[in-house]
Design a binder for this molecule. Structure first.
Ligand SMILES: Cc1ncc(COP(=O)(O)O)c(C=O)c1O
Length: 349
């Protein structure tokens, strides 16, 4: 979580800070902060809180704050941040101080999940302070990469000077874009899915993904080696860490070995101050079946058994298990003998 504020320009007093997010999302919000000259302020996680803390966030808010960002579906664990709680606390603070600090919801993943798995959860424009929301069409919007959405509460929230009007396409055409001409295929694909699936279809898809995620979660827990950190009825993913006595290997070794078996399962550390927590994460999408979950958990168990037996020095050269059959789980080992950088991630989100 982060708080950001506009950088002081020469000759200017310090201007308005803004609240955003942290860690991986620091990269995302950091881009915004750099381009728009705002100062990001991050709410640190703790060893057992992996989302924004409302009290901690409010401590970073001041008269310069231009907004607080709540994430609906943490990149790290899929957990929904307490947007309604943040809304109530900020409303109280705004009233007490006379400030006007709104909320932006980063619904990159959850924007296309919560309406279907938690219709009663308050996180959107039903909350008075939510001013804008973004969501990625290419995640649970079920469209291929390249399309994302942002919506504002009021037309007036989108500065009119950022919207350009052209008439040469045969009528007034407002355009709000950094570049101009772009293919509309992704927008059409999204529109097609809306029409083809409808709310009922999206509910069915998300319920299916949740069932697969729950199945995978159980299977991973049953190995006895892992603690699952992700929660049910959030973003359908399974985020887990090693549990039990200290081992001579870590989740980065597991990710590297899984890679040799054809799986890309990102291993990464959580954002500060929970950077000592290292996890693996499997994002469950429509093409991830229960059969694949079984294959993955089988490979996970074999990997752990192999690492348990391996001497630390041999970790990087352990052979991949030869497999028969087709599909991602059975792909032959490729180039990946390299160990992931202990701070790095080779996954996508
Ligand atoms: C919380 C969060 N916000 C924003 C993004 C970026 O979304 P997009 O890929 O649509 O640009 C991601 C994706 O990693 C994310 O996890």
């Amino acid at each position: 979580m982060a708080l950001a504020g506009q950088k002081a320009r020469p000759g200017q007093a310090h201007r308005r800070p803004q609240l955003g997010d942290g860690g991986k999302c620091a990269g995302l919000l950091g881009k915004f902060a750099r381009y728009f000259e705002v100062e990001p302020r991050y709410v640190p996680l703790t060893a057992d809180r992996y989302v924004i803390g409302t009290d901690e966030a409010l401590q970073l808010v001041n008269e310069n704050t231009i907004g607080v960002v709540g994430i609906l579906g943490s990149t790290y664990t899929g957990e929904y941040e307490p947007i309604a709680e943040l809304n109530d606390a900020l409303m109280e603070m705004n009233e007490r101080t006379g400030w006007d600090v709104p909320i932006h919801v980063d619904g990159a993943s959850g924007g296309f999940v919560a309406p279907f798995n938690r219709p009663d959860l308050l996180w959107d424009f039903r909350l008075p302070l939510v001013r804008s929301i973004n969501a990625s069409g290419h995640k649970y919007g079920l469209v291929y990469p390249g399309v994302g959405w942002v919506i504002w509460r009021h037309e007036a929230d989108l500065p009119a000077e950022l919207v350009f009007h052209v008439n040469y396409l045969g009528g007034d055409q407002p355009t709000f874009n950094l570049n101009f001409s772009r293919g509309a295929g992704q927008v059409l694909a999204q529109y097609y899915n809306f029409l083809r699936l409808g709310r009922e279809g999206y509910v069915a898809v998300i319920e299916g993904l949740e069932a697969t995620a729950a199945y995978l979660r159980r299977a991973i827990e049953e190995t006895g080696h892992f603690e699952v950190l992700s929660k049910p009825r959030t973003v359908p993913l399974v985020c887990f860490r090693l549990q039990g006595p200290r081992r001579h290997y870590n989740v980065f070794d597991i990710a590297a070995h899984l890679r040799q078996r054809g799986w890309i399962v990102p291993a990464y550390t959580l954002a500060p101050d929970a950077q000592d927590v290292a996890v693996l994460r499997v994002v469950v999408k429509e093409n991830f079946s229960r059969d694949m979950a079984d294959l993955l958990v089988g490979d996970l168990s074999r990997t752990v058994a192999l690492l348990d037996q391996a001497k630390p020095a041999r970790l990087e050269t352990a052979p991949a298990r030869p497999r028969a059959g087709k599909g991602p789980a059975s792909s032959p080992p490729r180039e990946s003998r390299q160990r992931a950088h202990p701070r790095g991630t080779h996954g996508v989100c």
